[in-house]
Design a protein around this ligand. Structure first.
Ligand code: SAM
Length: 217
């Protein structure tokens, strides 16, 4: 993704009450962090935050955290939240490689990965957010019946993700290569990239990963 430097975005983030500034210090206590005791859903690589702000507005009974590496896009999510003032939504600026420093075992109920960067070169495979290295990180922080929900229009990345999920021992509980013409379209919240690529005619692939039954018992 090409990024434009947004002037002042770092300062806006540093001053924002909607950002968790020292997320490592909350590790192990996220259940008490929000005013509502509720399940915690996170989106990794939220970009400008259209998806997570919409979802948080639709589900006040769930707490949401949007994670994004770059200030220049995260700041757009903060602007949306400054208007919406949703009490169940907060943001973290970080590289998800360090996610296990922020969430302890069983603290996260669901992970959304939307239109993750493809990292097309083989030598960068472990940077893909659905690589076995990332799946191992998610395994450490999800509740036993937790879910990973992944959408993309990038077929090589989707195929890679199927292989990695199988290799890492996850079940694929929902699967489509054309979300917008599937049974799962109802209730689907579109992301910025999803709007852009589906408007070009690209089918949207989606899978949901869950742990195998022996893991959850
Ligand atoms: N999810 C949004 C959507 O669907 O419109 C944005 C998709 S954009 C292609 C991918 C986003 O993931 C970028 O904003 C990028 O900075 C972020 N990202 C990629 N790798 C990341 C990582 N390791 N940690 C945090 N954010 C990451």
């Amino acid at each position: 993704m090409r990024l434009r430097n947004v002037k002042g975005s770092r300062d806006t983030i540093a001053d924002s009450e909607f950002v968790v500034h020292e997320p490592e210090s909350v590790k192990g206590t996220w259940r008490g962090y929000f005013p509502n005791k509720a399940p915690l859903y996170i989106e990794i690589g939220m970009g400008k935050g259209k998806f997570i702000t919409t979802l948080a507005g639709l589900h006040p009974d769930i707490n949401f955290i949007g994670i994004e590496k770059y200030s220049s896009v995260l700041v757009r999510g903060i602007e949306k939240e400054s208007e919406l003032l949703l009490p169940n939504l907060r943001f973290i600026r970080m590289d998800a490689e360090d996610i296990n420093n922020v969430f302890a075992e069983g603290e996260v109920d669901r992970i959304y990965l939307n239109f993750s960067d493809p990292w097309p070169k083989d030598r960068h495979a472990k940077r893909r957010l659905t690589s076995r290295q990332f799946l191992a990180r998610y395994d450490k922080m999800l509740v036993p019946d937790g879910k990973i929900c992944f959408k993309t229009d990038n077929v090589p990345l989707f195929d890679f993700s199927i292989e990695e999920a199988n290799e890492a021992g996850w079940d694929i509980s929902e699967f489509t290569r054309d979300l917008h013409h599937s049974e799962w379209v109802e209730g689907n919240v579109m992301t910025e990239y999803e709007e852009k690529f589906s408007a070009k005619g690209n089918p949207i692939c989606r899978m949901v990963l869950t742990r195998k039954p022996e893991h959850t018992s």
